[in-house]
Design a protein around this ligand. Structure first.
Ligand code: GLN
Length: 484
């Protein structure tokens, strides 16, 4: 089969189980395609020869009862992988080799998945364009001049460019959904506490959440089923009854009430996004669901709140990188000098900006005015959703306020970069699940995504709505392999 890398995860699994393809053949195809795709810069660390050895081993004694039998998968370089370099795309972790495995990646290997390599991302997952990586920016497989989104830009590029059948990313303020939207792929940010954070390099601990990225909703559901487990090693992991997301997937959404929040109609939003949203509303109606106008009154405060809470937590989480315990160290004439040099040489400018903002809002005298206030507003944002969910089952919004922008276009303008997250951050602040699905193209042919936000723990419900919509939308990703 010449088109192995074009196949969905579920079709690869079917072919493996029916012995039409071996794990080795599949792995080799993804390795070869990844090797030809260096120009995308999607990988930070490749583990191709090990992957081929593991695939052979799987074929020698296959276990077809596993959920990911012999399937090669590349993961974002924010997940600790035992014995394999994990950098968080930062110079400061350039030589860090973990001695333990993140729970989420362990779940994938336990179900038969095989590590292909570690994917590029924004440094410490801070960014919306994958341009803050110490290892250089990633190109969007749709067009070489475009960013793939961020921070899971390498993950999104790897799925849409068919370098991996599926992948996992992390989403603190939109880092799964925004790059999914920019690359014409599906990305799910699960409920906070659904996927373990153990072994994920921390950015903002009360917001970070791992999730699946895939070519379609069914693949996304299957990967969510694998990675979402209760984990006593993460004190914020929640022990709730998880669905068999793929098995229980249903297109029947008749009678469901879907909310349209008026506050997401922001000033300056391109006409194309409004049209996409209207089309989505029509698809929902065609599926037999009901549209309800709702209000989320504190939406406009979500972005400023996020950019206080996230940097505050980041400044605290990143204090551990001091040249003593982890990674890179710069020599100094005394301890303080060593700290200063290590941190100013080891962190890139966006990370330094976040640390400074975070330290400022937490400092005495400003704590009440900024951090405490932000926490109060966060509660109000959460209450908005609680009120809305008295009326509706889920909420439909655009995923991003624009299609993918040009590399370099927003790099020196942090505010305009931060504005990218306007539709995604409220979900993280409220701890809710949300999925982005490809829903159309703009005039230039670049993909656009729609976001479905669910109630806490209602991953199955939003996957079902996405599944029903996906059929009606019939989105085709315009990949033309320009980089090969
Ligand atoms: N773009 C947002 C930020 O820069 C979100 C990042 C993320 O979700 N990891 O903080």
């Amino acid at each position: 089969m010449s088109d192995i890398t074009k196949q969905s995860l579920n079709s690869l699994i079917k072919n493996i189980k029916e012995k039409k393809l071996s794990s080795y053949e599949i792995t080799k195809s993804f390795v070869e395609r990844s090797e030809k795709s260096k120009k995308l810069n999607a990988y930070i660390t490749e583990d191709f020869s090990n992957a081929l050895v593991k695939a052979k081993k799987f074929d020698d004694s296959p276990n077809f009862d596993l959920k990911l039998p012999g399937i090669p998968i590349a993961v974002k370089d924010l997940f600790c992988t035992n014995g394999i370099k994990t950098t968080a795309a930062s110079k400061i972790l350039n030589n860090f080799i973990p001695t333990y495995e993140s729970t989420v990646t362990q779940n994938i290997w336990d179900e038969g998945g095989i590590l292909l390599g570690k994917l590029n991302c924004d440094e410490f997952a801070m960014g919306s364009s994958n341009e803050t990586s110490y290892f250089g920016n990633v190109q969007n497989p749709i067009d070489e001049n475009l960013v793939p989104g961020g921070s899971s830009g390498g993950s999104a590029a790897a799925v849409s460019g068919q370098l991996t059948p599926v992948t996992i990313g992390t989403d603190t303020g939109g880092s799964i959904r925004q790059p999914a939207s920019f690359t014409g792929t599906v990305g799910l940010k699960p409920t906070y506490g659904s996927c373990s954070r153990y072994g994920i390099v921390a950015f903002a601990s009360s917001l970070d959440q791992a999730g699946p990225m895939a070519q379609n909703v069914e693949d996304c559901a299957l990967l969510q089923e694998v990675i979402s487990t209760y984990d006593p090693k993460d004190s914020t992991s929640i022990d709730f009854k998880r669905n068999q997301y793929r098995k229980e997937l249903s297109k029947n959404i008749k009678g469901k009430k879907i909310g349209i929040p008026k506050e997401y109609r922001v000033d300056g939003m391109p006409k194309e996004i409004e049209e996409l949203w209207q089309k989505g509303i029509q698809h929902i109606k065609n599926c037999g669901a009901e549209i309800v106008d709702i209000s989320l009154p504190h939406t406009s405060y979500a972005l400023p709140t996020y950019y206080i809470v996230a940097p505050a937590e980041a400044s605290s989480n990143l204090a551990r990188y001091d040249g003593v315990k982890y990674g890179f160290r710069s020599e100094g004439y005394n301890l303080i000098d060593m700290y200063e040099k290590t941190r100013s040489e080891g962190f890139g400018s966006e990370v330094q900006r976040r640390i400074m903002i975070g330290t400022y809002v937490l400092s005495s005298g400003y704590y009440d005015a900024y951090y405490l206030k932000a926490q109060k507003v966060r509660r109000l944002i959460k209450s908005d959703f609680d009120e809305a969910y008295k009326l509706v089952d889920a909420i439909l919004t655009p995923s991003t306020p624009s299609s993918a922008f040009k590399i370099g276009e927003k790099k020196d303008d942090p505010i305009s970069m931060y504005l990218n997250d306007i539709f995604t951050v409220p979900v993280n602040l409220a701890g809710l699940p949300a999925i982005s699905i490809p829903a159309g193209h703009d005039a230039k042919g670049y993909p656009l995504g729609l976001q479905i936000i669910g109630k806490a723990f209602a991953e199955q419900e939003i996957l079902d709505i996405a599944y029903a919509m996906e059929e009606k939308i019939e989105f085709k990703n315009k990949i033309n392999d320009w980089w090969m």
